[in-house]
Design a protein around this ligand. Sequence first.
Ligand SMILES: Nc1ncnc2c1ncn2[C@@H]1O[C@H](COP(=O)(O)OP(=O)(O)OP(=O)(O)O)[C@@H](O)[C@H]1O
Ligand SMILES: [Mg+2]
Length: 317
Amino acid sequence: MEKPSILTVTLNPAIDTAYRLEYLKTGSTTRTKKPLRTAGGKGLNVTRVLSILGESVTATGFLGGSNGTYIRNELARLGVRDEFVQILGETRQCLAFIDSRNNHTEILEEGPSISSEEQEEIRKLLRVLIPEVKILVVSGSLPLGVSSNLYQWMIREAKNHGVKVLLDTSGEALAESLLLGPYLIKPNREELEEILGCSCQGEEEIWKAMEKIAEKGIEVVIISDGDKGSLVYYKGERLKVVSAEIRAVSAVGSGDSFIAGFAAGLSKGYSIKDTLVLASACGSANALEETTGYINLQNLDYLIKQISIESSWSGRS
Ligand SMILES: Nc1ncnc2c1ncn2[C@@H]1O[C@H](COP(=O)(O)OP(=O)(O)OP(=O)(O)O)[C@@H](O)[C@H]1O
Ligand SMILES: [Mg+2]
């Protein structure tokens, strides 16, 4: 097997189960067709899109119980190298109910608690896996029992081996881990405002906030904003990525698909602009699909042609 160049981390994966219903009524019985099931958790969404893009990818994190087995079978089907740590707890299942008016009702399980032995096991494993790859993608929230210390440790370990870390998390885990200087962060607008503790009025204020974050040693700072595209601060340059115009079906997982596209561009040695175009096209391609963290390769070419990047300099570097 070819040496994988990208390693993804999903500490709190889930089977995402989506039911389509006429309408959802509490306190009564609703009959429905078979739901759509996917191996979820943000890192696994990234993993699936990377495998569709033909990248060689290894996935790790924590899996347990019969839900864990379901996800392992999915990984095997995708041809992804499965390096998940087996845990005593049961991997969670998250439910989404989508009615005919496209209202989404979600029930998110918190997931199993991870013991200190299980955390030690993943550190041991990562000491072996990280030096093997070029890119480490760390996505999603922390499971019960795990502190942001583990993300911080991963960033340090990766940097020691010259591995680029793409970190896509939110809240405290993001605020505390960005101090370690991962290669890239990509909060969306909401997640940015959450870590800043205030709302940004206008684009100039967002650029200023991004430049401040970049000072912590983060080479690529991206703020994504759904159909409005994304703002990227890279080595003193302000890049505004204007998205393709599409008829979106479901944009859930578009950020994860964007990260997958970015990792793929980076792995292929693309320029920053070509990497951003691929990332943005993957984000939009995901929005065309009902399945979360899924793209149809046939849509990529026409999306790529629609994406433009405007560049200006910040006056800093
Ligand atoms: N409706 C849309 N139309 C076109 N492109 C979209 C749309 N929604 C998302 N995208 C593309 O995907 C990128 C990432 O989307 P978004 O900002 O919604 O990420 P996110 O909120 O992190 O998503 P998630 O966390 O659910 O994966 C956008 O910058 C854009 O390129
Ligand atoms: Mg996101």
